[in-house]
Design a protein around this ligand. Structure first.
Ligand SMILES: Cc1ncc(COP(=O)(O)O)c(C=O)c1O
Length: 416
């Protein structure tokens, strides 16, 4: 290792030791962890800005009231009026024949795979950085007996359609080959920082899929963010997919639930798959009531999340000293991925530092700000906006990251 490398990592070490020194003055005084999300600065001058995910939202009073007052029935018998209402509204909104309420996005994607790839060993084609491929425990193989092949996810969340075409198999029923049945896309794209798939890409993909007789499923966990970003109804996006999975429990703020939508025949088969996976719920109208509010009352406000994400990205870009590398033009919705300009600072250590409050910070900023973020794929850090994050929280988080950049720069300029 060169002496330069030693001194750089020594500075990074000191930066984090500084936090430890402050903690050494007494845990209660110097380092505080405060778990309430988006809380305003309290008497101790502490605020938490939870940017880990838009899944951390909690239902507000109106949603809790709707849940408490929901009319319910046995949904496995198809008798829950609130679930039926939610399914009807979702189908209309998405421009699909029917929709089904399921417990989670992971189960919803798996059901779609099971229904589309109905013969054991059928093959689906997915982006190598898709949630379905990376974060769903290989459920398609593990539970559905489905073989996956990948195409390279591009930075904008799309993939090369020629590469896709090359992956579609033509050998079936020759016993050597699986049967290509399904292509999955993700919109917005989580790992690629909330990117919105262009309509032109989806249109071309749809024509190609039709040509080869394969089906397009969209993991649209955040497709409402995509619709808001494009200024179109979700049905405009979803006209290019055969089925879609839309999460209610992310930016839309419901505590539980995902809508899986497609043709009547698809949803009938999805009901069977949901049951075998243990996702047939009984009086789930209590949850569906929150889902109705999520779809009817929470969509318009997503633009506020997008605006705050961009404001924060611009603030990081302007930070002096420049510790953050941000591509503001790539910020499309509520997810920001950024890098640290000093490779000797690890994203995991930085996130830990951002989540910690020290005495110096309280003195300089007038409050302690705990910013929660996750280290992300490819050495980046991910921050996600949602209804629990206000303009004030966004500003406080930016000030905290400025403070950290200054602290780091001071450490760097000191001789080691
Ligand atoms: C793009 C995407 N798809 C699917 C899921 C899975 O959703 P769930 O956590 O409800 O299983 C997530 C969760 O974050 C996601 O980001």
């Amino acid at each position: 290792m060169s002496s330069k490398a030693v001194s750089v990592s020594a500075r990074a070490f000191l930066f984090f030791m500084n936090r430890g020194t402050a903690a050494g003055h007494g845990a209660a005084r110097a380092v505080r962890r405060y778990h309430a999300r988006g809380a305003p600065a309290g008497p101790l001058g502490l605020r938490t800005v939870d940017l880990r995910s838009d899944t951390v939202t909690k239902p507000g009073p109106a949603m809790r009231r709707a849940m408490a007052e929901a009319e319910v029935g046995d949904d496995v018998f198809g008798e829950d009026p609130t679930v039926n209402e939610l399914q009807k509204r979702a189908a209309e909104l998405f421009g699909m024949e029917a929709a089904l309420f399921v417990p989670s996005g992971t189960m919803s994607n798996l059901i779609a795979v099971m229904v589309h790839c109905s013969e054991r060993g059928d093959e689906m084609i997915v982006g190598n950085l898709s949630h379905l491929h990376v974060y769903e425990q290989g459920g398609s193989a593990q539970l559905a007996g489905v073989h996956s092949t990948t195409v390279a996810t591009r930075p904008d969340g799309t993939f090369n359609l020629t590469e896709l075409e090359d992956k579609i198999r033509h050998g079936y029923p020759d016993p050597h080959y699986p049967r290509s049945r399904l292509v999955c896309v993700e919109n917005t794209h989580n790992i690629q920082g909330g990117r919105v798939l262009p309509l032109s890409f989806l249109q071309e993909l749809h024509s190609l899929a039709d040509h080869y007789g394969v089906v397009v499923h969209m993991d649209g966990a955040r497709v409402m963010n995509a619709a808001v970003a494009l200024g179109v109804s979700p049905s405009v996006i979803l006209q290019y997919c055969h089925t879609v999975s839309v999460c209610l429990s992310k930016g839309l703020g419901a505590p539980v639930g995902t809508m899986l939508a497609g043709s009547n025949g698809f949803v009938q088969r999805a009901v069977r798959a949901r049951k075998v996976l243990g996702g047939g719920l009984r009086q789930s109208g209590i949850l569906a009531a929150a889902g109705i509010l999520a779809l009817t009352g929470m969509v318009d406000r997503l633009k506020e999340d997008h605006h705050r994400t961009r404001t924060f990205a611009q603030a990081l870009k302007q930070c002096d000293p420049p510790l953050y590398e941000v591509d503001v033009a790539a910020v499309a919705t509520n997810i920001l991925c950024f890098r640290l300009s000093d490779p000797s600072l690890s994203p995991a250590d930085f996130c830990e530092r951002a989540a910690t409050v020290c005495e110096d910070e309280v003195r300089v900023l007038g409050q302690g700000v705990q910013v929660l973020m996750f280290p992300h794929v490819g050495g980046t850090i991910r921050a996600v906006w949602h209804m629990g994050i206000s303009d004030d929280d966004t500003q406080a988080a930016a000030e905290k990251l400025y403070f950290l950049a200054q602290q780091y720069s001071k450490q760097k300029s000191r001789p080691c």
